[in-house]
Design a protein around this ligand. Sequence first.
Ligand SMILES: [Mg+2]
Length: 175
Amino acid sequence: MKKIALDMDDVIADYVGKAIKTYEEEFDTKVDKSLMDGKKVWQIIPEEHAKVVRSFPYRAGFFRDLAIKPGARETIEELQQKYEVFIVTAAMEFPGSFLDKYEWIKEYLPNFSWRNLVFCGHKHIIDADYLVDDHDKNLNTFTSGEPILFSAPHNTHLDCYRRFDNWQDLHDYFL
Ligand SMILES: [Mg+2]
């Protein structure tokens, strides 16, 4: 079976959505999403706010209640019939996220085996047939198979990869 490596944040779990919601609540403001093309939330808000937003992923529990992307669970279960599916997340960047991420997967993807979970540092070590990820820095070092970009506000400017806008696109391509 071919191997598909799926990134977690902003592919399976909605990190950007939680970051925006948390920022808006804590600062009693609204993010102008029209400014987000090619940018992260912290790049379009006042500098003194940006520092706080950039600290979100270091907060205990921040990754524990992200929303799952529509269609992700059903599609992953279908993919598993035809492919070896791995969740590959650069969790080393935010060491406090390990347990949150593990428990999140147990809750939202209860049939996903721990054997197929890869908590790693840099993803260039990953050897799979496909890597689906929202970050250029992960895709441009992926040499063992096809790198595929999953759309997120910060990657709208990239046009050097096959792109999935959502899980329906992913479903249509692989299944
Ligand atoms: Mg990601």
